[in-house]
Design a protein around this ligand. Structure first.
Ligand code: ADP
Ligand code: ADP
Ligand code: MG
Length: 471
């Protein structure tokens, strides 16, 4: 097994990886930039190193991180998600310096991180993809002519895009003319690449993705699917495993399709194959070559510790399971509790958490790096807590979700949690019928009134006094 791992990330995912290392008897090395000096990941790891004052530069410096791993005697680097996790150069640098990159080979990251190359590979492997570009678009003329052929609506997408950015729907040639330069400029700014491609827009599909695990001996298994259709602006808000909307036949088909996709590109380690489902049609959308934010719900229904498996695979060990060993039980749902104000167009709401009380009880899991008194820095992602609930049945899971959100106290910042309560009450959601059009179709769910528990004021005051006295 690995002996010492550098975690090239921050926040809840860094803490999640430190926990897996700790359980596996692996020493963990955290990195932080000065705004994160009091962050939980920096405190919880066995060792931690400052990477300077700039909030972001240190987390995004491949050479510095690989050198640090070498200097501190690490065998491996875990990149988490975001940051350098899908940076093929970073993985390659690790390979060159004799550090194990906990993920697939750099050549596979390179291929799958580029959405048009990924489409090419999938087309060649016989995996259904959305109708659209072969390769990147040369210019607007080509975009218009292709859109005319496949029919509107279409999507223009950044080839190196991620995190729901760099994607625009166009319903008419006029919209395509307007949006084309916008996506190019957004892609250039956000991803450092001006390349874009076009595909058919599947109207109101379900986002279904499959978790896969692959070892260095060529064994590939899937851990069933997640339904991530509850999205706002192409960004996931609530994720569910398994999908309540698949027949057993669809589940088997899509699981096998993901394994086939992974095998076709020589995939290794944990990864996710994302699909769009419309009626009985399934289309490959992209592959994420890293651990995902919502790996938690798959862990809850299958009992498999995905990060532990990542560490084992990176050490060259075979998978702990065969496909026939993997079963799922019940339903799990994750709420991405973001530091945002839903009533103000989801504007980020950074600041000091004056009081935090974690929900608990049966079937409740919280993955976060926040604590009472923690100041959420404005430089990073607004997701501040992942609340995961599990129950034997769909109905119990929804009731548990409501109860767990009700349990939680998080004061000092605005969050998305009250909005999620409204989604949980909606009859279609309760029936398990929703697609990626759900959030835009229900703006009325933003008209909730924020209820205050009478005890909240007292709790906040007590926390404020405790924090003051403690200083
Ligand atoms: P997941 O695919 O795990 O559901 P998200 O799409 O929400 O996760 O992305 C997780 C994090 O990674 C977010 O902070 C997001 O902004 C970031 N991210 C994802 N893809 C990219 C990319 N290509 N470039 C930069 N950041 C990215
Ligand atoms: P990212 O890398 O940012 O995660 P994806 O390609 O996975 O980008 O797309 C993000 C989301 O955008 C999907 O979950 C889906 O809701 C929507 N989307 C992307 N492509 C299409 C499409 N062709 N038709 C309809 N919706 C799409
Ligand atoms: Mg995606």
């Amino acid at each position: 097994m690995l002996k010492k791992v550098l975690i090239a990330n921050r926040g809840e995912i860094a803490v999640r990886i430190i926990r897996a290392c700790s359980e596996a008897g692996i020493r963990s090395v955290a990195i932080f930039t000065e705004p994160d000096r009091y962050a939980l990941h920096a405190k919880r790891a066995d060792e931690s190193y400052s990477l300077g004052d700039d909030p972001l530069a240190g987390y995004l410096d491949p050479l510095r991180l690989v050198n640090l791993a070498v200097e501190t005697g690490c065998d491996a680097i875990h990149p988490g998600y975001g940051f350098l996790s899908e940076n093929a150069n970073f993985a390659q640098l690790c390979e060159q310096k004799g550090i194990v990159f906990i993920g697939p080979k750099s050549s596979v990251i390179h291929k799958m991180g580029d959405k048009t190359q990924a489409r090419d590979s999938m087309r060649a492997a016989g995996i259904p993809i959305t109708p659209g570009s072969e390769g990147n678009l040369a210019d607007l003329e080509e975009a218009l002519s292709l859109a005319g052929k496949i029919g509107y609506p279409v999507m223009i997408k950044a080839t190196s895009g991620g995190g729901g950015r760099g994607i625009r729907r166009c319903d008419t040639p006029e919209e395509l003319k307007n949006q084309y330069p916008r996506v190019i400029s957004e892609a250039t700014k956000a991803f450092g690449s001006a390349e874009v491609f076009l595909e058919k827009c599947i109207v109101d599909p379900c986002h279904i993705e499959v978790q896969i695990l692959a070892d260095s001996q060529g064994n590939v298994i899937h851990l069933f699917e997640r339904d991530c259709s509850i999205q706002r602006r192409n960004q996931k808000l609530i994720e569910i495993a398994p999908s309540p909307q698949l027949t057993p036949e669809q589940r088997q088909y899509i699981g096998n399709l993901a394994v086939k996709a992974a095998k076709a590109v020589g995939y290794e380690n944990a990864g996710t194959v994302e699909f769009l489902l419309s009626g009985n049609e399934v289309y490959f959308m992209e592959m994420n070559t890293r651990v995902q934010v919502e790996h938690t719900i798959t862990e809850q229904i299958t009992g498999v510790d995905i990060v532990r498996e990542q560490l084992r695979i990176a050490a060259g060990l075979p998978l702990s399971f065969r496909q026939e060993d993997i079963h799922f039980r019940g339903f799990a749902m994750q709420f991405r509790i973001n530091a945002e104000d839903p009533k103000n167009d989801f504007l980020p709401s950074f600041g000091r958490i004056t009081h935090y009380y974690a929900p608990g009880g049966p079937g409740v899991r919280v993955d976060t790096a926040i604590y009472t008194g923690y100041e959420i820095p404005p430089y990073f992602d607004s997701m501040c807590l992942k609340l995961v609930v599990w129950a034997l049945t769909w109905e119990e899971m929804i009731a548990r979700g409501r109860r767990a959100i009700d349990d939680m106290r998080l004061h000092g910042i605005k969050t998305t949690s009250n909005y999620y309560q409204e989604i949980l009450k909606h009859p279609d959601f309760v029936k398990g019928q929703f697609n990626t059009g759900f959030v835009p179709a229900h703006p009325e769910l933003l008209n909730y009134s924020v209820k205050r528990h009478p005890s909240d004021i007292a709790l906040v005051l007590a926390a404020a006094i405790a924090a003051h006295v403690g200083r």
